[in-house]
Write a protein that binds this ligand. Structure first.
Ligand code: BYC
Length: 483
């Protein structure tokens, strides 16, 4: 009998849920598997599918030792179903059902809402793989290429995680939704992915590092909120997904950090004091710091849209029903019901941005977005310390939440990255100072040349402080020559 801690590797689908004893779900997953592999080959990383990649694979759910590293061809990766161990006697931590035993089956009255949450979560996972599929060709090192592929296979596993929940708990319509998850395509005009940011392009490695810093952090916040769910299988699934997610943000944050480090080093060596002397900095073959700020402005604002409307009945209902909690709900000390409570919400009023105390239940998207901003600013602080240490007079910052928004209270106005409201003409006039321009894109594309030599790194990025799994920086993380 599985003990919930070890993973059964004997069948097609590794799992710690005793899939062998559940013929119906095993058959549904095995039927879905070939379509998944077809999707992976068509829409997963372009090229490198027959190369050996030094990947980590989950082999257990014990935080002390859940992964093993080894060379794997990506299509042979063991995508499995892994849930964090059950907590004996767990109760619903918030909402109208607070204190009742957590659900092991879908509560009938909330079925549609729960399915929608699972489908939206599931949709983002393959979307990100599709967005990143061209990047292998321009990897700045084998170390970075390996990290990209690690992120990709784990997003693939996260799709499996949602598909398992859909197929096990939603029968026929769950199976249909699982098929749809393989049918939609990022950026497709007829059948796009569900949320805005997942239809954007990821054209270069700076975008990839920004995406994994910011958009994967939305993943962290949303998964953390779903990990509190009163629907216990969702809670256990998300708790384990969070273990993998941490590495994705590490890849992003250290990737941007290494770009900053390299730029500062090149500026110092060339005696360039002014970070705004963009032509001189770019002539060194490194990425200028103002461009990094514009990329932050873009990716942070696209990611803020993923939190939905500040005022949302959907969010209130998901909380009240016990399906989706707040970030670290179990650490909060209020009544976990929020009826009658208020929360300060930012919104535009007569050309200025004001804070209004609104019903806390309806403001839960705003609250999670605030938690995200606090979490993300820690990373920006660490980037600033790299410049400070190098003696470079430039500081990065997150844009104001009103900047460049398409969803929510600020979608109807224009604001600059400091939060000053602008009219449409002024916004158009200053847009290229705020957001990456076509010229920025062309410059970055010019830098995107692959470095495939073991231990080599592109001119615009510093090597990492340490390798993966205790390996040195010049380890051959992707074997390009023997497959
Ligand atoms: N784009 O009441 P509202 C990750 C729709 S990332 C397009 O405010 P709600 C990952 C909304 O669907 C985490 N449409 O919505 C990261 C609704 O439409 P319907 C993914 C949008 O439900 C990197 C209508 O507007 N997980 O894991 O409160 C790599 C009214 O909106 C958008 C989740 O998001 C948008 N941005 O909030 C890989 C968790 N925003 O239903 C993976 C699950 C809103 O009226 N999802 N709309 O037709 C949720 O909790 C919620 O659905 C949302 C939206 C927070 C996304």
């Amino acid at each position: 009998m599985p003990d919930g801690m070890t993973v059964d590797y004997s069948g097609l689908i590794p799992n710690n849920i005793d899939l062998n004893a559940d013929a119906r779900v095993r058959k549904a997953l095995e039927t879905w598997h070939p379509g998944y592999i077809d999707w992976w080959k068509a829409m997963g990383p372009e090229g490198f599918q027959s190369n050996l990649v030094y990947l980590r694979t989950a082999v257990g759910v014990d935080p002390a030792g859940w992964a093993k590293f080894g060379f794997v061809k990506m299509p042979d990766y063991k995508w499995g179903i892994l849930l964090a161990p059950a907590v004996e006697g767990r109760t619903i931590p918030f909402g109208a059902h607070k204190g009742e035993l957590a659900w092991q089956e879908v509560p009938g009255e909330y079925r549609a809402m729960l399915r929608r949450l699972l489908v939206i979560q599931g949709d983002t996972e393959p979307a990100s793989v599709e967005q990143q599929r061209h990047l292998g060709a321009t990897a700045p090192s084998l170390y970075d290429m390996r990290n990209l592929f690690q992120v990709n296979v784990e997003e693939g596993r996260h799709l499996w995680a949602m598909v398992y929940l859909l197929q096990k708990y939603f029968g026929r319509d769950g199976r249909e939704e699982a098929e749809e998850l393989l049918r939609r395509r990022s950026g497709d005009a007829d059948s796009p992915r569900m949320l805005g940011a997942f239809n954007e392009v990821t054209p270069d490695w700076l975008s990839f590092f920004m995406f994994t810093t910011f958009t994967d952090r939305d993943g962290k916040m949303q998964l953390a909120a779903l990990a509190q769910s009163g629907f216990d299988p969702l809670s256990r699934t998300c708790r384990f997904m969070l273990t993998e997610e941490a590495h994705h943000m590490f890849v992003g944050e250290t990737g941007v950090g290494r770009i900053i480090e390299r730029t500062c080093q090149a500026m110092r060596e060339a005696g360039i004091e002014d970070p705004h002397d963009v032509d001189a900095v770019r002539a060194l073959g490194v990425i200028d710091l103002p461009m990094i700020q514009r990329k932050i402005n873009l990716h942070a604002s696209l990611t803020l849209d993923l939190f939905g409307n500040e005022i949302s009945t959907n969010a209130a209902n998901a909380f009240n029903s016990g399906l989706k909690g707040r970030y670290r709900e179990d650490k909060l000390t209020d009544d976990h019901r929020l009826a009658g409570d208020t929360y300060p919400v930012l919104r535009p009023r007569d050309g200025v941005i004001v804070s209004e105390d609104l019903a806390a239940l309806s403001s839960l998207n705003m609250r999670l977005r605030d938690d995200f901003v606090a979490d993300a600013s820690g990373g920006v602080g660490r980037w600033n310390r790299i410049m400070e240490k190098a003696g470079v007079a430039f500081r990065l910052h997150l844009p104001h939440v009103a900047f460049n928004r398409r969803i929510g209270e600020f979608a109807s106005i224009h604001a600059d990255p400091e939060g000053t409201v602008l009219d449409a003409a002024m916004w158009e006039h200053r847009r290229s100072a705020f957001l990456p321009s076509a010229e920025d894109g062309a410059f970055i594309q010019g830098l995107m040349r692959p470095v495939h030599e073991t231990g080599g790194f592109a001119s615009w990025i510093a090597p990492p402080k340490a390798g993966i799994d205790g390996k040195p920086g010049d380890f051959e993380y992707v074997r390009l020559h023997d497959s």
